[in-house]
Design a protein around this ligand. Sequence first.
Ligand SMILES: C[S@@+](CC[C@H](N)C(=O)[O-])C[C@H]1O[C@@H](n2cnc3c(N)ncnc32)[C@H](O)[C@@H]1O
Length: 277
Amino acid sequence: MPIRPEDFSYVSKLVREASAIVLEAGKEYLVELRLQPIAQQAGLATLDKLVEKLKQDPTGPLHKRVIDAMTTNETSFFRDLHPFETLRKDVVPELIRKRADTRTLNFWCAAASSGQEPFSTMMMLRENFPELASWRVNYIATDLSRDMLARCREGKYGQFEVSRGLPAQLLVKYFDRRGTEWQIKEDIRKAVDFRELNLMKPWGPMPTMDIVFIRNVLIYFDVPTKRDILLRIHRLLAPDGYLFLGGAETTVNICEEFESQVIGRTTCYRPKQRVKV
Ligand SMILES: C[S@@+](CC[C@H](N)C(=O)[O-])C[C@H]1O[C@@H](n2cnc3c(N)ncnc32)[C@H](O)[C@@H]1O
């Protein structure tokens, strides 16, 4: 049964307030598709019954499940490839030179989904920069979705997932076969600090970051929310740090504290250097 307009408004408001994700008119089909299974699991026959239950218990666990279900978790290993090439060829070698005194590199992946993005970066670092074995490489990977974070910590992927973007030699080298699935090796899993973090809430203490990946998540937010998040990233990023966004995302006309820089085949964003007067 189609969702009633008043129930769609209730769900959109709830999701927007909790996660900043904007569900515009026309996204009713998505709400129906994603919430039907939750209603069924909760023993509720229809979506209006689910909404009734949400209203009765506005802080209950069902809310978290609804918000999790409304996140889009599409991702893949080495997604878009070029950002990882730019990291490998330009960004990481430059930062290794610049951070030779502290021998520390800080990475943040701010919408980790099921973990392919942080694990792709870790594999790329292991393959190309053996000298980093004696450095402190801090990799924080965060997401709003507890289901996704559980998947990240387990690091298990089906055949379809490992066939998307992951070169066969990396699969063989960094994964163990577990029945029909593949699990990324424990030392890589343990090298990433997975944390629950809602981008629209306070982030808690974080180190100054050298590289921030926040790809394919800002697209779901309105402009003031994008600006607020980008400004906070600006404060967190080292003056010579690098910000990577998704291919359909930009800081231009949203947060003028960044400037874009094309490196190889990737557009990166850098904190604008203030001119001293
Ligand atoms: C499409 S995935 C992007 C995954 C990966 N960065 C990539 O580009 O392949 C978007 C992720 O953003 C997360 N997300 C959505 N809203 C969020 C919020 N308010 N705070 C933190 N993460 C959020 C979702 O849970 C989802 O895993």
